[in-house]
Write a protein that binds this ligand. Structure first.
Ligand code: CMC
Length: 392
């Protein structure tokens, strides 16, 4: 047998080199191509950050315009793909629908599945970034029995998404600019996060030469879990279960109890051990949105605020360096905006698509790319002879 490093959970193994995102978990630093996330969230916007992640530099005004126009041109999905949505049960989780529909894109867009053709890779990138909001919104509309709303290319990326989710043919719907800004910030803050589980999944899938739509579908599947992208949904469900402020101590006690598997959802992070720089910006956004919508009396949001306060004062959470992560606050914002909890993770998925694609493109440009093939420490039976069924 060979000699391997045993590293379950890959806590100390670098599987690739990358020039896209830098994280210093101790210091709470997150940089995309060198630019701090706080500056990008405050002064840039999602599509510009997409360009930065994909191409390594901030775009000139002309480059940005061209990029935005190109992405916008791809927002519609093939009309025949509507049939896929109709094949799902209405109560399907939108993530289940998205895994299926995005995987199925390989069956429609044959002219962007050849990974050895750099132009096809570009087209696949544009298609995925442009179509993910359409697919997520369609999954939502389908689940509530409303007609699909086609994308509107006169709206910006975030406003178009809100319009596809919340407009109905019978009524005029006008996107509030503050909500559009908050939506754009959620997209920006989730755009990339170096080698997290779903990104590593995309890289592993791609290392075998799989097509981009298959790779991104694999990323969506991995993101779904409650320890990763599913945390925002799990967090809101937990807040609902807590229900009232007086029950918070009971849940904090459960989170601290070693014999109880319960964890405070939306708290803690594998890499950030002092604070999550995305959460700082997201908290500010949450305050703005709650102020705008005037829903200070929403009991769930009150529970969230009080839980944050009580957990941060508790020595257990301080000792273990557990604090609210980005999903704690994004869940609150999405709840206030009127999204059902089942849409929280699809929104994370559409935001992270650019990160997955940037990492996928970076990986494919590596001339020494090897198929990902972890080893194992075998703990099973030693060699033994087969026994006929009548003799067992
Ligand atoms: N509530 C209570 N205790 C916790 C929590 C929590 N949320 N998170 C970690 N701990 C405890 C854990 O029990 C362990 O205690 P001990 O050392 O006594 O055994 C210690 O803290 C370290 O936990 P760990 O599981 O070894 O830490 P990890 O780095 O493997 O896990 C995590 C990170 C994010 C999976 C975990 O903190 C967690 O499950 N959090 C809740 C889910 C969540 O909010 N996830 C979203 C992460 S941010 C978005 C994303 O990246 O997708």
């Amino acid at each position: 047998a060979g000699v391997f490093t045993y590293d379950p959970g890959f806590t100390s193994t670098a599987a690739c080199d990358s020039a896209i995102t830098f994280i210093d978990g101790e210091e709470g630093v997150l940089l995309h191509r060198g630019y701090p996330i706080g500056q990008l969230a405050a002064d840039s916007h999602y599509l510009e950050v997409c360009y930065l992640l994909l191409y390594g530099e901030l775009p000139s005004a002309e480059q940005l315009e061209l990029f935005e126009t190109t992405v916008t041109k791809h927002t519609m999905i093939h009309e025949q793909m509507h049939n896929f949505f109709r094949g799902f049960r209405r109560d399907a989780h939108p993530m289940a629908t998205m895994v299926g529909v995005v995987g199925a894109m390989s069956a429609f867009y044959h002219d962007s599945t050849d990974i050895n053709d750099t132009w096809q890779r570009e087209v696949a990138s544009f298609r995925l970034i442009a179509k993910m909001p359409t697919i997520a919104a369609m999954a939502y509309k389908y689940s509530i029995g409303q007609p699909f709303v086609y994308p509107r290319n006169d709206l910006d990326y975030a406003s178009n998404f809100l319009n596809m989710c919340f407009s109905v043919p019978a009524e005029d719907y006008v996107v509030d600019p503050i909500l559009a800004r908050a939506m754009d910030r959620i997209f920006t803050l989730h755009a990339d996060h170096e080698q997290n589980a779903s990104t590593s999944t995309v890289r592993l899938a791609s290392s075998s030469g799989a097509n981009p739509f298959a790779c991104i579908a694999a990323g969506i599947a991995c993101l779904w879990g409650p320890a990763h992208g599913g945390a925002n949904q799990a967090c809101l469900e937990m807040l609902n279960e807590i229900g009232t402020v007086d029950r918070i101590p009971e849940f904090i006690a459960r989170a601290k109890d070693k014999d109880d598997p319960f964890r405070l959802m939306g708290f803690g992070h594998r890499v950030y051990k002092n604070f999550d720089p995305r959460a700082t910006v997201m908290k500010q956004s949450a305050d703005e949105v709650l102020e705008l919508l005037g829903i200070h009396n929403n009991p769930i949001l009150q529970v969230a605020k009080e839980l944050e306060r009580e957990a941060l004062e508790d020595p257990y959470f301080a000792e273990k360096k557990l604090f609210p992560n980005v999903d704690f606050y994004s869940g609150i914002i999405l709840e206030a905006m009127g999204f059902p909890t089942s849409m929280f993770t699809p929104i994370f998925a559409l935001s992270r698509t650019v990160g997955w694609i940037s990492q996928w493109k970076e990986q494919l440009s590596d001339p020494d790319l090897k198929i990902g093939r972890p080893r194992q420490l075998y703990t099973g039976a030693t060699a033994r002879d087969y026994v006929e069924v009548e003799d067992r």
